[in-house]
Design a protein around this ligand. Sequence first.
Ligand SMILES: [Zn+2]
Length: 297
Amino acid sequence: MLVIEMDCKIIYIVGDGRSGSTLLENVLRNQNNTINVGECFRFWERYYRNETICGCNKLIGNCELWTGVDANLRNTFGDDYDSKKVEQSIKKFTTYKYQKHFNEFEVSEQLKDLIITFYSSIAHISGANIIIDSSKSPGWAILLSRFIPENVLFIHLERELASVADSWKKKVVLPEYVLSQRYMPVKSDLNIIRTWTRVKVMGRRLKETNNYIFLRYEDLVNNFEAVINHVQLKYGLEIFSELKWRGSHSIAGNPVRDQMLGKDIIITDKKSKLERLNKKQVMLFRLWEWGCNLFLR
Ligand SMILES: [Zn+2]
């Protein structure tokens, strides 16, 4: 069996939804030899169903990158490659329901080889040596930190809970579905708190790796240059001084729309007005966040 050597880096954004990862991933894309792949852990679900479009605007089954990755996986693993089985086995790591048992799951060598081949294929086919992965899932991040600790640079992005909550109350169309209109779920208060807290707690486990940066979204937009300089220095990156919206091969997540391509990225520190929340909710979310920060120092 041929397993390709892992000779690229992955910048992995961990965080809750609605936390500003689209902005961060597109800022990081402003380097030579980078590629944005959005929530690429969804490959096994999205590619084989072929109902969504890639960030390059083609139906995912027609995108050269993902078609190439599929071909490489088949060539490498032959009859052992079963995309349905892979989808099932990675669910254990990416679905919250399982995550409290995370340490009990056997991580097979075969899954490790598969993941290395997956990321290496992305790098080889695209010619990039930095893959910007905004999968966000802390479970997938922990899995990568076990398999390829030397190759992954983690950025744990956290946004104020009340702003995240306000954003979850908005009805948003999933941009990658073109054949039918699908919406992101509008989440309940309890669900919002649960997910935000899980991401916070699990994301912090990546501190044990040497490649971990905790970033508050509010600091990113209010103090952009200092924060980006810190990230560059720590990870040895060379981000262009002129930031533009560039193309991607995003699987899920927010693609850069055609009309934005090539335009400047403008950083604004607009505060969320929290207009979809009532006073009690704002208080609840603020109190919860304050309590979490007290316990999780
Ligand atoms: Zn594509």
